[in-house]
Design a protein around this ligand. Structure first.
Ligand code: GAP
Length: 399
């Protein structure tokens, strides 16, 4: 049985360049983590898959990238100044980060770093309507960084003070909210499956009124069985017309000549929590060919490195030259890694540990007949392939 405890996962993440503690050489800053080359690639793959599924492949979704800093007026209207608080002793502590924009005394204005993306979508609601004339139902989506001054950040990437969110506001007629709520609930489930999380480890929780955010009339949390307990991974909220009304915005249907305030369904996905859930899900220890190994069974779409290329021996220039040719052929097509360190068994172990689905070895037969061995991460099985077919073979499997 794999020891899926958080310490093993944090240790692998640091050792292999997925995630490092923030500002570590100065003693660290609680609630901040830096993504290393493999983590950054993985985070990028998560965001890319999300954008493809929920934005670019949909006719009814408008993707934006709005500002992180927003003036106090936005947060007064959204209710965050009053309600975005956590209890601290007997007092309420507002978890938004406040700052000032401008340099001259008396000419500065109070701003806040956004704690959620949603307000960026609401303040651009009219812009999107004016530029694109969408018909209700439609959505506005974005991926971006959010900031919360969490009182006690903990559990690695789970509760941090700055994190990437992937979120959209879906605008519907009030009478259609339940239908749309159900639709997006299914789509969240589909997304979870598509990125390689076992559905059995995800549970829907109907959030009670007292635990719901100030804007929500119904919330379903998608909880994941993290090694430290069952905790929120994603959320789905019915925000009613709360935000648009507070921002004094509405919608005019040019066909029916009807003016109304759309209601909002909001699916929200923490990108860092997704990376954490995927690392927990993929982490495994098993025995292959009589040897113990640690393996990340990441979905090929999410794996940071798709293929590693090795010369069988690094002191044979003719093998190295041929292997470099193969590596340079693959590198522009997909994220490929060069490795000539240690024996082949060690290289396989290293790639298994970072979740690389395929390893390609260039050996003496390659010099004779232009074929290579390709080895599968999960089964350890190897087969020979013509170099000419290699790129095609891999891109087909990555689709
Ligand atoms: N706009 C709705 C909203 O922001 P939320 O439940 O407060 O809702 C959305 O946050 C998602 O952001 C959560 O489901 C979770 O994935 C992620 N998240 C929230 N706080 C976080 C934190 N401190 N660290 C990492 N991720 C967090």
């Amino acid at each position: 049985m794999a020891e899926k405890n958080l310490e093993n996962i944090i240790s692998l993440a640091k050792r292999r360049g997925f995630v490092y503690p923030g500002s570590e050489i100065y003693g660290g800053l609680a609630g901040t983590w830096d993504y290393g080359p493999l983590g950054a690639e993985m985070l990028h793959n998560v965001k890319d898959a999300w954008w493809k599924k929920f934005v670019s492949s949909r006719e009814d979704m408008y993707g934006i990238a709005s500002s992180i800093m927003m003036p106090e007026t936005v947060w007064t209207a959204s209710g965050h100044l009053e309600h975005f608080t956590d209890p601290l002793g007997s007092k309420k502590f507002n978890t938004m980060f406040k700052s000032k924009a401008g340099a001259l005394k008396g000419e500065t204005i109070d701003i806040y770093l956004r704690p959620e993306l949603a307000q960026g979508m609401f303040v651009n609601f009219k812009n999107i309507i004016d530029s694109f004339h969408p018909k209700v139902p439609f959505g506005i989506a974005q991926i971006g960084r959010c900031f919360r001054n969490e009182i006690s950040p903990r559990d690695f990437l789970f509760r941090v003070r700055e994190f990437d969110l992937m979120e959209f506001e879906y605008f519907v007629k009030e009478s259609d909210w339940e239908k749309n709520f159900e639709f997006w609930k299914k789509e969240i489930r589909n997304w979870i499956k598509e990125i390689g999380i076992n559905e059995k480890n995800v549970h829907e929780l109907e959030v009670s009124e007292k635990d719901r955010a100030h804007y929500s009339k119904r919330t379903v949390d998608f909880e994941y069985d993290f090694p430290f307990g069952r905790k929120e991974l994603y959320g789905l909220a019915y925000r009613t017309d709360y935000d648009l009304k507070n921002h004094k915005l509405d919608y005019y249907d040019e066909d029916t000549k009807e003016r109304f305030v759309p209601h909002v369904i909001e699916p929200t996905f923490g990108a860092g929590r997704t990376v954490l859930a995927l690392l927990c899900e993929a982490y495994d220890e098993d025995e292959l060919g009589g040897e113990r190994r640690t393996v990340l069974r990441l979905n090929t779409k999410i794996a940071p490195i798709k293929v590693a290329v090795f010369p069988l021996l690094k002191n044979k220039p003719e093998l190295v030259k041929k292997a470099r040719e193969v590596y340079e052929m693959l590198k522009p097509e997909m994220s490929a890694m060069w490795d000539d360190n240690g024996n082949i068994g060690k290289r396989y172990r290293r790639q298994d540990e970072i979740g690389t689905p395929w390893c390609v070895t260039i050996d003496f037969d390659t010099l004779e007949n232009d074929t290579v061995t390709i080895r599968d991460r999960d089964t350890g099985k190897q087969k020979r392939l013509d170099i000419k077919e290699l790129a095609c073979y891999l891109t087909e499997r990555l689709k």
